[in-house]
Every structure is written in C-alpha cells, then in structure tokens.
Design a protein around this ligand. Structure first.
Ligand code: PBG
Length: 332
C-alpha cells in the first residue's frame, strides 16, 4: 500500500487548480461518445413536441435533414431512429415493421443520401408497429419467441437494405442475434453491424418513450416475460455472453444510470464495445428538475454522461447528444 497518511498526503492538492484537475482526470467525455436517438413521425411539416420529454420532438421526413444537420455539424458519429407509426398501420403482427418503405427505411435512405458519413442505427423490435405494444407476436397470450424471430430477421433485412449501418435488436427474444446475423450474411450484408440490447431490463423508465411513439395507452400488460428482472445481475452476464457468442459486434445495457453496476461487471468480464442507453425517463427526470430550477440541468447532464464513461462505456445513447456536444464545444 502506498503511504496515504495525513498530513504528508493531502488529496485536495491535486484539486487545487483547474489545470491540475484537468491533468489528473481519469476519464473524458467527447462528442465521439454520443449517439442521438431521433424520433420520426408520419406526415409533413412541423416536428411535434413530446410532452414528457422537454426539448425532444418527432421529426417528419421532409424536415429530417434540417433536424439532423446540427448533430452532423457538431460531429456526432451516429443517430438511432425510432418511428411514431400511424395507428392505422398497426396490427397484431406488426406488419409495417417489414415494409421497405416504412418510416425508418425511408429516413435511412434520405439521410444516407444527405449525410453519407453519419452512422445510422435501426432499432429492431415490433413494438412501434403492433396494436398491443409488445415487441413480438402473441400466441396464447405469450410473446412467442421463435415466431417473432422470423419477423425480426425480415425487419433487420429491410432496414439494412435501406442503409441502416447498425442493427440494434431491442426485443429481448432468445436467439435473435444469431438469426439476424445469419439473415444479413445470407443477403450479402456482411458489413452491417449488430449492437444488441443485451441486458435490457423491464423498466419504469421507458414511460416517456412510449409517449414519444404514441404507444402510451397501447401496451397491454407489461414486458416482464421478455425483459430482465431489475433484481438480477449475474443473468446480465449470461445475456451479454450469449449475444457475443451469437455475433454481436457491440452490446448495450439499458436503462443507464440505475444499472451502472451492470456496465462495470460486463466491462470486467468481456472485451466487447459496450454502450449504455440513458433512456427517456432518465432524460425526463433531469429536464423536469432543471425546469423547476431544482438542479442545474447542464451540469447534471454532463455529470450523468461522465458516469457512463467512468463505469466503462465506450459510448452512450442519449437524448442530450446535441446539447452535450454543444456544451463540450463551448467549454473546450
Ligand atoms: C422498444 C424499445 C424501448 C426503448 C427502446 N426500444 C421501449 C420498450 O422496450 O418498451 C426505450 C427507450 C427509452 O425509454 O428511451 N423495444
């Protein structure tokens, strides 16, 4: 043990000036760590505000390039699309998910043309497209694993063919990573990456996201038969291990801040690039408190993002991405 006795050792010495604090900092956050989730809506014209997520909107296709342009200018490496599907297009099987001209595919083609160097992430799960709000198809009252796989692989394929670079399955079906990898490879899409939502918990923190998708009243029941129990930690390692074995290029832990311990355990066990999703409810909490003047919103934003780097993440999906990138630029 090094000598850490007082008064020879004063840990506050290194904190005395801003320049030493910068020198001894163990972790850094940069724009390269940020992935921006972007909501899409049908129709044309003005983006619509998401009431439970102050500062977040659903963009229309005709306004999408202008919506995304500031993120590109700031140097954000990748964005992730989430569609608010017209309720008339939702059905029990989530048919619209595999329509090559659905919102996500159309957005991918448009943004690839406009900004070819921006990474595009496509969420794969049926919940934006089902009239019951579950991530898969239902048989005998249960989200049927194996029948759902066939739908997810078809969804992944239309997205990849439209220009999505990273397929991100968020459905938590067993075996979906292998099934998607096989389908992509068979279609010659060998460069399309997979970022699996490997340890995804059945969480109350997804509430505002369902508002954004227009799914607030839609979900029947809960997702506890597919998503993980917040009581479990060892199980997250099994989930991550299986997804890596099945061919995941990157993995994700979700939600973020309540699960920093899971991120740390995953990083200690596996070498795979690891991401956190700072989900809608986490964003809403910080924004709501900031709007009330109860916390400093920008500082809370930066502190929460640094926590993911400290826990071991390579990057973070966050609704704060453009704002954090601007903050980083202004304070450099
Ligand atoms: C859907 C999906 C969800 C989120 C991302 N993909 C919600 C859910 O599983 O119910 C949540 C993201 C957020 O809350 O910001 N499979």
């Amino acid at each position: 043990m090094p000598d850490t006795r007082f008064p020879q050792t004063r840990l506050r010495r290194n904190r005395h000036d801003a320049w030493t604090r910068r020198l001894v900092a163990e972790h850094a956050l940069s724009v390269d760590d940020l992935i921006w989730p972007v909501f899409l809506r049908e129709g044309t014209g003005e983006a619509s505000a998401v009431a439970s997520m102050p500062g977040v909107v659903r963009a229309t296709l005709d306004g999408l390039a202008a919506h995304v342009e500031p993120a590109v200018r700031l140097g954000i490496p990748a964005i992730a699309f989430f569609p608010a599907t017209d309720p008339a297009k939702k059905d029990a099987e989530g048919t619209e998910a595999t329509n090559p001209n659905n919102l996500v595919c159309s957005a991918a083609r448009l943004i690839k043309r406009e900004f070819p160097d921006l990474g595009l992430i496509g969420d794969v799960a049926l919940d934006p497209y089902t009239n019951h709000g579950h991530d898969g198809v239902i048989r005998d009252g249960y989200v049927a694993n194996d029948e759902t796989l066939a739908r997810l692989t078809a969804q992944a394929r239309v997205q990849a063919e439209a220009g999505i670079d990273i397929i991100a399955p968020s459905d938590m079906m067993d075996g979906r990573v292998a099934a998607i990898r096989e389908t992509l490879d068979a279609a010659g899409l060998i460069h399309t990456r997979i970022m699996s939502y490997a340890a995804k918990y059945a969480s109350a923190f997804y509430g505002p996201f369902r508002d954004a998708l227009g799914n607030l009243g839609t979900l029947k029941g809960d997702k506890k038969t597919s998503q993980m129990d917040p009581a479990n930690s060892d199980e997250a390692l099994r989930e991550v291990g299986m997804d890596i074995a099945e061919g995941a290029d990157m993995i994700m832990i979700k939600p973020g801040m309540p699960y920093l311990d899971i991120i740390r355990r995953v990083r200690e066990r596996f070498e795979v690039p690891t991401f956190a999703y700072q989900v809608s409810g986490e964003y809403a909490m910080i924004q709501a408190a900031a709007q009330n003047g109860w916390i400093d919103g920008d500082r809370a934003m930066m502190e929460s993002l640094m926590a993911f780097k400290r826990a071991g993440c390579q990057g973070v999906l966050t609704y704060f991405a453009p704002r954090a990138a601007e903050y980083l630029r202004a304070t450099r």
